[in-house]
Design a protein around this ligand. Structure first.
Ligand SMILES: [Zn+2]
Length: 58
C-alpha cells in the first residue's frame, strides 16, 4: 500500500492508519489531529473552543 493511502501523524509525519484515497476527507469530520504511537507517548491532543470573535461595543 502506498504511503499516500495512510493518514499521517500530524506531528512527525509517519503513517498512522489506513485511509484509502483520503476517505476521511469525504466523511463528516470537521477537523482531526492524529498522533502516531510514538508521538502519543510524549504529546497530547487538547480540544479547545475557538476564540470568540472580537465584537464592537457601542
Ligand atoms: Zn508521530
Amino acid at each position: 500500500m502506498a504511503l499516500s493511502d495512510y493518514y499521517l501523524c500530524d506531528l512527525c509525519g509517519c503513517k498512522t492508519f489506513y485511509d484509502p484515497e483520503g476517505a476521511y476527507e469525504e466523511s463528516f469530520v470537521g477537523d482531526m489531529v492524529v498522533l502516531c504511537v510514538d508521538c502519543a507517548k510524549t504529546h497530547e491532543i487538547k480540544i479547545e473552543p475557538k476564540p470568540t470573535e472580537v465584537r464592537n461595543e457601542d
